[in-house]
Write a protein that binds this ligand. Structure first.
Ligand code: SF4
Length: 372
């Protein structure tokens, strides 16, 4: 059953982050915004699909979703009353730079969860997340977090781990800003993508390991970091709680993206693969306006893709790996090979995942766990 929909509100952003897979020089239909009709069709089909006693999670995403303005977003929220017995859980993933008091009011009134994209201390964040004119955005972000904190609205941080990731000062910054949670997302990467500087990559792995140790020693009671928690859980024999450490077939069949034009897609990680290969790995060939559309058919299609490409199974290269219970072969998209057009490789993040596995296993062994 579909339980989570990421809604692409608009194909535009006021920032130009270097690692963004969605907004860059290749973005087609730049500036397109989702219509009320498209959102209404989504609600119509979802309310048919999800049992009335269950809530669906809607993640409003972009581009930068706040570019659509609070008035239109309010209309999207109000419309939910007409379709759902149990209100959906709404969250906005934002860069936190173009809010205004009307946004704060509706966030409070509708208990909208806030995820903020933050890359670290001011100098790091300003360098990696500039606005369209190249100016740093930490100051604007800080005004937003101060306001959220003043109104006691909890918010979480999401950080992309690209090859220029900097761990120094990361947790201290999030603590000072008042984040209630944080997540580290390894950047979208697959085999055959334009390659990166190996020296930078080795430095990034060292930064992540250093950050893990800092978290272990000082911050684990303050922040749950799913990447680290999933590794510890995985090596101790618990199932993955994070798409980047492997996905179960049930998890893969529970999550879709609604694009601005009404088409239904898989995880956005696959959009870059589709762009590079031309093969339809992101789009599912279905749109909410299709006459015969249903989410039951979408679930069937996801299941068919999973079986056809082995998306949720470990690839051959991972069988026998000491860390497979924790790494899970990484995100399915990271196993893609452009050359072979299949998902049968180790994760393109295997070096990072294995280094983390060695470190976490050694910690577990030091306190008496077998660690595999
Ligand atoms: S660490 Fe590498 S080989 Fe091991 S499961 Fe992960 S991707 Fe596969």
């Amino acid at each position: 059953m579909i339980t989570t929909v990421v809604i692409k509100t608009n194909r535009a952003c006021n920032l130009r982050c270097g690692y963004c897979y969605y907004i860059n020089e290749a973005t087609e239909r730049y500036g397109e915004t989702i219509s009320l009709d498209t959102v209404e069709m989504l609600y119509h089909h979802l309310s048919d699909h999800v049992p009335p006693d269950q809530s669906v999670r809607l993640i409003w995403h972009g581009g930068e979703p706040m570019m659509i303005g609070p008035r239109r977003f309010l209309r999207f929220l109000e419309l939910q009353r007409e379709y759902f017995k149990r209100p959906p859980l709404n969250s906005i993933q934002t860069n936190g730079t173009i809010w205004n008091p009307a946004w704060i009011e509706l966030i409070q009134h509708y208990s909208v969860e806030i995820g903020l994209s933050i890359d670290g201390p001011a100098d790091v964040h300003n360098r990696k997340r500039p606005d369209i004119r190249g100016r740093g955005t930490f100051g604007a972000l800080r005004e937003f977090t101060d306001t959220l904190n003043y109104f006691e609205i909890p918010w979480g941080a999401l950080t992309v781990v690209a090859d220029d990731f900097v761990g120094a000062g990361y947790f201290k910054t999030l603590d000072l800003l008042g984040a209630s949670s944080c997540d580290l997302l390894p950047v979208m990467r697959f085999h055959g993508a334009p390659d990166t500087d190996e020296t930078a990559r080795i430095r990034m792995i060292a930064e992540v390991l250093r950050l893990y140790r800092e978290w272990r020693d000082h911050w684990q009671d303050r922040f749950l970091v799913r990447l680290f928690a999933s590794y510890i859980g995985g090596l101790a024999g618990h199932p993955s709680v994070f798409a980047n450490t492997g996905m179960s077939p049930e998890a893969f069949r529970s999550f879709v993206v609604l694009e601005t034009d009404g088409s239904i897609c898989t995880d956005v990680e696959f959009s870059e693969i589709e762009r590079a290969s031309g093969a339809p790995h992101y789009t599912l060939g279905r749109a909410v306006f299709d006459r015969d559309f249903s989410f039951a058919n979408v679930v069937e299609e996801l299941d068919r893709r999973d079986r056809m490409f082995g998306l949720t199974a470990l690839s051959e290269g991972c069988l026998g790996c000491d860390f497979s219970s924790a790494c899970g072969g990484g995100h399915p998209g990271s196993r893609y090979s452009l050359l072979r057009n299949d998902f049968q490789s180790r994760s393109a993040h295997c070096d990072l995942m294995a280094a983390l596995g060695i470190t976490v296993r050694s910690d577990l062994q030091s306190i008496g766990y077998g660690g595999n």
